[in-house]
Structure formats: structure tokens, C-alpha cells
Ligand binder design. Structure first.
Ligand code: NAP
Length: 286
């Protein structure tokens, strides 16, 4: 049993792939990875594959993870995350729940199921996503295995200072989703990459706004989960590893106004959701 000892025993460089049941991308990601492994372009050990437990699967994380493993065609995941602190009725296989789709959270039982996944060797690490500081502390109180990762929205305009501090105290890695602010998503914004301060830092270093935003997240010790369908931008994004931001850049970014883009309103309602307001969902951290 790995129990409280679970840790990220990986050496760089790794290729991290982030998927989730609700994205509908597990099969495509798994197919591409298996082709690359069979073609001897990469070894399984060179990949770090993450997927996530959707709200409708809180009843039985072991069965859900087994289905995910079938989808990706792998024997294990590197990381399995609880996607949201939200439990939904078992048939809710869509991203935006209806008002009567919610159940009581009962997270002790969900987390016990996640721990079972770990014990069974179906995944190497377990963690959470979209957890506030308060929910992390609550989970640490009852879980026999602490989460190794909290995957949350994080970029220069949503810096997660308090959450990073708490997670740091408990050796929980903060992984940054939407690290560019999700431009192009219906709910995303171009305000991060278009921000004049970010652009002026990019100009100073003869680089791009995206590289500044990504290197900012890396400088904070986070992994950055950036998405692009464009090969040139993928290369540009990888180039952010080579950028060095100086102290003044970091200070300037610290002064930017904060703006959360993934607010999760679809998990809030006054009747069946345990979260009656957006403040309830994020425990006031919004
Ligand atoms: N745990 C969660 O609840 C959660 C929530 C949201 C996202 N995520 C994860 O985080 C990943 C990324 O999140 P995201 O897509 O919301 O945000 P993002 O990576 O900040 O933004 C992606 C958008 O930025 C564009 N882009 C990428 N590189 C760029 C560059 N160098 N310059 C300008 N634009 C660039 C992409 O367009 P092109 O494709 O045209 O390049 C795409 O529209 C997702 O794929 C998912 O795996 C997790």
C-alpha cells in the first residue's frame, strides 16, 4: 500500500497528458499514445497520464477508473483526480448538470474509493481539482492518503496565492489549468495574453505573452497545463522553459488585477446543489 507515502517519483523530462472522462478525449489520447509506444517513439514511463473522476462516478471510483483505463488502453494512470467537489446522479454524463442532477457530496466515501484505486495499482497517484483552501484542509482531516495534486485555474490574473501557500505547507503540488486564461474557450479570456504589462514583459525579453504567462506559472513551482491545436504555438509554449523572468517582472505581475474565468456557476443552484452560491463553491475564495 502506498498510503501517505505517495509521491511524484518521476524525473524530467516527462510528457504530461491531461484528459478527463467528461472531455470525451480519453480514447483519442490513449490511441495516439499507444501508437507512439508501439512505434517505439516513446516508452510508457516517459508519459505522465492524468484523467479525472466525473461527478456521476463518485458512487464508484474504482469502476469509473477501470472504464477510463479501457478507454485509454493502459494498465494504469499516473494520476487520477476528482474533477470537482460535486457529486451528481449516476447518469449525468454531460458537463453542465441540470438543476435536479445533484446529490449530497459525501466526499469521505468518494475519497475512500480513490484510495482504493491507488491500493489496487490502477493509478500511481491520486489528487483533486477545483478544491479551495478550505476543502483541501477538510480533506486532509479525514483522508488517510493526502491528495498529491490540486489542479486549479491559475495564471497571472488568477494567482492562487493563499491556495499555493496551504498546498505548499502540505506538499501538495498545484497544477495550473487555463494558464493562458483559456482564450478561445466560450468561458475564457484574452485579457491575460493581451494584458499590456504581460506584453511589455514579453517585449523586454523578446519573447511572447504566452511564454511570459507560462513561465510565470513554472516560476511559482506549478506545472502548467496549456492546450493548443496549433503546432507552432505548441513549440512556442514549450519554449517558455527557456525564458527567465527577473524579480521586477514577478513584482509587476503580482500587481495585476485578479479575474477568475472558470467560475463553475453550473455547479451552483438554490435547490439540489450543496453550493447555493458561487461563494459556497469556492469557500469565499473568489
Ligand atoms: N480541471 C479542470 O476543471 C480543468 C478546467 C479547464 C481546463 N483544464 C485543463 O487545462 C487545459 C488547458 O486549459 P484551457 O484550454 O482552458 O486554457 P489555456 O491553455 O490557457 O488556453 C487554450 C487556448 O489558448 C490558445 N493558445 C495556446 N497557445 C497559445 C499561444 N502560444 N498564444 C496564443 N494563444 C494560445 C489555444 O488556441 P490554439 O489551439 O488555436 O493554439 C486555445 O484556444 C485543458 O485542455 C484541460 O486539460 C482543466
Amino acid at each position: 500500500m502506498i498510503g501517505r507515502q505517495q509521491k511524484l517519483q518521476y524525473t524530467m523530462p516527462l510528457r504530461h497528458f491531461d484528459t478527463a472522462k467528461i472531455y470525451g478525449s480519453e480514447a483519442a489520447v490513449g490511441k495516439a499514445l499507444n501508437e507512439a509506444i508501439l512505434g517505439r517513439q516513446i516508452e510508457r514511463e516517459d508519459i505522465f497520464l492524468t484523467s479525472k473522476l466525473w461527478g456521476s462516478d463518485h458512487h464508484d471510483p474504482v469502476s469509473a477508473l477501470k472504464r477510463t483505463l479501457e478507454n485509454v488502453g493502459m494498465e494504469y494512470l499516473d494520476m487520477y483526480l476528482v474533477h470537482w467537489p460535486v457529486k451528481l446522479k449516476p447518469w449525468v454524463n454531460y458537463p453542465v448538470p441540470n438543476e435536479d442532477d445533484f446529490e449530497n457530496l459525501d466526499f469521505e466515501s468518494t475519497w475512500a474509493g480513490m484510495e482504493k484505486c491507488l491500493e489496487m495499482g490502477l493509478c500511481r497517484c491520486i489528487g483533486v481539482s477545483n478544491f479551495s483552501t478550505k476543502k483541501i484542509e477538510w480533506l486532509l482531516d479525514f483522508g488517510s492518503t493526502p491528495p498529491l495534486v490540486n489542479q486549479v485555474e491559475m495564471h497571472p490574473m488568477w494567482r492562487q496565492g493563499k491556495l499555493r501557500e496551504t498546498c505548499g505547507d502540505h506538499k501538495i503540488h498545484v497544477s495550473a489549468y487555463s494558464p493562458l486564461g483559456g482564450p478561445g474557450n466560450a468561458w475564457g479570456t484574452t485579457s491575460v495574453v493581451d494584458h499590456p504589462i504581460i506584453q511589455s514583459i514579453a517585449l523586454k525579453h523578446k519573447t511572447t505573452s504566452a511564454q511570459v504567462a507560462l513561465q510565470w506559472g513554472l516560476s511559482k513551482g506549478s506545472s502548467v497545463i496549456v492546450k493548443s491545436f496549433n503546432q507552432e504555438r505548441m513549440k512556442e509554449n514549450i519554449g517558455s522553459f527557456d525564458l527567465k523572468l527577473d524579480y521586477e517582472d514577478m513584482v509587476e505581475i503580482e500587481k495585476l488585477e485578479q479575474k477568475k474565468i472558470m467560475r463553475g456557476e453550473f455547479h451552483v443552484n438554490e435547490t439540489t446543489s450543496p453550493y447555493k452560491t458561487i461563494q459556497d463553491l469556492w469557500d469565499g475564495e473568489i
